[in-house]
Design a protein around this ligand. Structure first.
Ligand code: BES
Ligand code: ZN
Ligand code: MN
Length: 495
């Protein structure tokens, strides 16, 4: 979808449909909605009076062939109650209004910036949220569909009447577009099935993206992994016919400041290995590289936002397969740091590959490391599909990530990283086991990764519950959500 910004009253924009809004319970619309009401001879007020529209969150009413206007339709979208209005609400209602626009077959749609007037939000932030809601809410994965099964909105015109606000709207829309398109880039990768996204193909996609936005990208192959002593990563990889890839990206704009590494779990398919998963639901394990996708999406956005920051992306990409060459329970591997791990369960492969990936990031001088992974079913049990789990060794880092997530409209919840949990993954025969048992599985899984970060400040995001959705929810369609892209980009790039 194309996004344009115009300095015009919404009533004057040439479009098939225009979008205005209403807070829940309001009977006399003001602002742009009031202007539309007046030129149509009070149609919106009559609609409200008749009980045909309440202004509930995301509720849409459409007036066709409105008198006094040149556009074919007026869509009124409900903003919900004014007292809990937020930027994320702007994303949600923008997505809802564009779904309605698509439903009525509108191709050129104009919208006001929800929240920038009566809503009291900062104009740039509201415009950014409109752009994000539009692009995120209308995303579809169509790569393997011969016939697109829906009508689509082709252009969204964002209309702002106030001259003093137009520059803020332009900048907000530009930032929102970068963040949303980068999220959709991640969604595409996550939705792609494993036969079309092997570790080698993921590396190719990363290299192509890097070329487009001006990042450097190098791929560490198996032989070099062997030289570097990455026995944990190699151990997982050896069960698959697909060779492993360690993808390393850097931004070119060097600040000379501390290096930050974003590390993403890139298991292109997780069968569980010899500790095989049940067949039921296994197809969702094509999304076990959602952490890798989040890191790639975030770096894509960061490259375009160009902050004064020194960032590295590290992605261990493998397939976790059962075979005659696969790791077996009880096997012991030695990671890059020299620490040994007893493989209690081959399905706990994420922490194995991340052990070597975070160790590599630390060896490259990263002082702050954030890993993102679809790590544990235990996190889904603990937090469901609403919150991403957060485990960290540094309070400042946690505070920064929580703030970035808040701005991005993503939800993070910190779990305790108490060293007492380490008892659970002690091994009789190696430095540690790769599992800590059923209890507090999201925490022990994270802490095992934390054993390999050296002295770096470290945080871990468990997106097992939040990266892939079984139903459409707000501006997230069914399937990949692209979670963590916007939080990480916001964290690194700021405002
Ligand atoms: N990729 C899975 C975790 C997962 C589960 C992601 C559900 C998305 C949805 C991970 O590799 C895994 O299998 N973890 C095991 C660890 C256990 C064996 C300690 C799990 O959570 O069961
Ligand atoms: Zn996995
Ligand atoms: Mn697994």
């Amino acid at each position: 979808m194309q996004l344009t910004t115009v300095h015009q009253s919404i009533t004057d924009v040439a479009a098939d449909a225009i979008v205005v809004n209403l807070f829940e319970g309001v009977t006399h619309p003001g602002g742009a909605t009031g202007a539309v009401d007046r030129v149509t001879g009070g149609l919106i007020r009559k609609l409200i009076e008749s009980g045909g529209f309440k202004g509930k969150k995301g509720e849409c009413a459409t007036l066709h062939f409105p008198p006094g206007l040149s556009q074919r339709s007026v869509i009124i979208v409900g903003l919900g109650p004014a007292n809990d209005f937020s930027l994320d609400r702007v994303r949600e209602v923008t997505a809802a209004s564009l779904k309605e626009a698509a439903r009525i077959g509108a191709r050129r749609v104009a919208t006001i910036v929800h929240g920038a007037g009566i809503g009291g939000l900062e104009t740039g932030a509201a415009a950014q949220a409109v752009a994000e809601g539009a692009l995120l809410g209308t995303y579809r994965y169509t790569r393997f569909k011969q016939e697109p099964d829906e009508k689509r909105v082709e252009e969204l015109i964002i209309a702002e009447m106030a001259a003093e606000k137009i520059e803020a709207v332009r900048q907000g829309v530009a930032k929102g577009r970068i963040l949303a398109e980068s999220t959709n880039f991640a969604r595409d990768l996550v939705n792609t099935p494993s036969n079309h996204l092997t570790p080698a193909m993921l590396a190719e996609a990363a290299a192509e993206m890097a070329r487009e936005v001006g990042l450097s990208c190098t791929v560490i192959e198996r032989e070099e992994m062997e030289r570097l002593g990455m026995g944990a990563l190699l151990g997982v990889a050896k069960g698959s016919a697909e060779p492993p890839k360690l993808i390393v990206l850097r931004n070119e704009k060097r600040s000379g400041g501390p290096l930050t590494a974003l590390v993403g779990k890139g298991v292109t398919f997780d069968t569980g290995g010899i500790s095989l998963k049940p067949a039921q639901g296994m197809e969702e394990m094509k999304s076990d590289m959602a952490g890798a996708a989040a890191v790639l999406g975030a770096l894509r956005a960061i490259a375009q936002l160009k902050p004064e920051a020194d960032v590295m992306g590290v992605i261990p990409a493998v397939e976790n397969m059962p075979s005659g060459t696969a790791l077996k329970p009880g096997d012991i591997v030695r990671a890059m740091t020299g620490k040994t791990i007893e493989v209690d369960n081959t399905d706990a492969e994420g922490r194995l590959i991340l052990a070597d990936a975070v160790a590599y990031a630390a060896s490259q001088g990263a002082e702050r490391i954030v890993d993102v992974a679809t790590l544990t079913g235990a996190c889904v049990v603990a937090l469901g599909r609403v919150y991403t789990g957060l485990v960290a060794n540094d309070d400042q880092l946690v505070a920064e990530l929580l703030e970035a997530a808040q701005e991005a409209g993503e939800k993070l919840w910190r779990l305790p990283a108490d060293p007492d949990y380490k008892e659970q993954y002690k091994s009789d025969v190696a430095d540690m086991k790769n599992t800590g048992g059923r209890e507090a599985g999201a925490i022990t899984g994270a802490l095992i990764i934390g054993e390999f970060v050296g002295t770096a400040k470290w945080a871990h995001l468990d997106i097992a519950g939040t990266s892939f959705s079984r139903s459409e929810k707000g501006y997230h369609p069914k399937g990949a959500t692209g979670v963590a892209v916007r939080t990480l980009a916001q964290w690194v790039a700021g405002n």
